[in-house]
Design a protein around this ligand. Structure first.
Ligand code: WQD
Length: 292
């Protein structure tokens, strides 16, 4: 028997892909999204949709309407640069979660799956990054996610709400829903724009890092694997779990892979390092493999 799942941020890149999979597996799905970045067309028609911000006091009415078994909380602002120039906006990440948790307490919803991020670690001190790596975010965005994780721990202690916080590394790829980020800031969609002809060239941020080819190394995790992990996390796992592939690839590796796949040359400019970028990141994903 399927559960009834409330998905916040269910119109976004990751949320909409999880919604579709939940429905395909026989769960009933309720989506709330403020559509600030998400798109209504991405929400599967089988889901019940509410155009609502997570901070809205009316959220409680959604819980009143039908019994909910589990919450998946994707809704958040996630632009690292913007979080530094407009931190007030990013406090909604924290307020939104607290509003959701209070509704869960009132309506006795016992479990939440939370979208966290590798940004809580800050500059890596040891590699690969395990869940025990110290947390020292270097962006306000990462800080809000860390506060959210700690808030989840409080609600677990005080109210017994069980949580899984999934710390995503660099999520990339296509979940089959034709999601297109209208103003991308990340490597994969930027390369896609260059190949598609809507952007002239790619600037590689830094070529003098202490990495095998001098460009930055990241752990790119396929969105479809990420979706799988969320489906399992509805029932299994507790606490904090990294979601990464466990392997690092450089910017130059990624460009070469795209060129190979698209059979085209990507116009590249070699630029300076981007402020705040670590040289290399790779997840330890043993916990995810074992538990999920
Ligand atoms: C990847 C690599 C860049 C663009 C960010 C957040 C992180 C998470 C995912 C939310 C780096 C290089 C990029 C370009 C480039 N977000 N690059 N030219 O910064 O690793 O992670 O998104 O949770 O918290 O920090 O991702 O895709 O921006 O960069 O050379 O035009 O590509 O320097 O090495 P990042 P990214």
């Amino acid at each position: 028997m399927g559960s009834t799942v409330l998905v916040t941020g269910g119109a976004g890149y990751i949320g909409s892909a999880v919604v579709k999979r939940l429905l395909d597996q026989g769960h009933a799905v309720i989506v709330i999204d403020n559509l600030s970045k998400g798109r209504k067309e991405l929400v599967d028609e089988r889901a019940v949709f509410y155009h609502l911000d997570t901070t809205d006091p009316k959220l409680i009415e959604v819980f009143k309407k039908q019994p909910i078994n589990v919450v998946m909380h994707f809704a958040a602002y996630k632009a690292v640069g913007e979080s530094m120039s407009d931190p007030l906006k990013y406090t909604d990440n924290i307020r939104g979660l607290v509003n959701v948790l209070d509704a869960m307490v009132q309506y006795k919803v016992r479990r939440i799956v939370f979208s966290s991020t590798a940004a809580v670690y800050g500059m890596p001190k040891a590699m690969p990054i395990t869940e025990e790596h110290p947390t020292a975010p270097i962006s306000y965005y990462g800080f809000t996610k860390l506060v959210c994780e700690q808030t989840l721990a409080w609600y677990k202690d005080v109210h017994g709400i069980d949580f899984v916080a999934l710390r995503y590394f660099n999520v990339a790829g296509d979940a089959g829903l034709d999601y297109v980020d209208p103003a991308p800031a990340n490597l994969f969609p930027i390369i896609a724009e260059v190949i598609g002809g809507t952007r002239k060239e790619l600037t590689v941020f830094g070529t003098d890092y202490d990495t095998p080819d001098g460009s930055g190394v990241r752990d790119y995790v396929d969105i479809n694997d990420l979706v799988d992990a969320h489906i399992v996390a509805i029932e299994k796992g507790t606490g904090i779990i990294n979601l990464g592939s466990g392997s690092g690839y450089s910017v130059k590796d990624v460009i070469a892979a795209f060129e190979d796949e698209a059979k085209t040359k990507i116009p590249v400019i070699f630029g300076p390092r981007r402020a705040g970028d670590p040289a290399a990141i790779a997840a330890s994903n043993g916990k995810a493999l074992y538990i999920l």
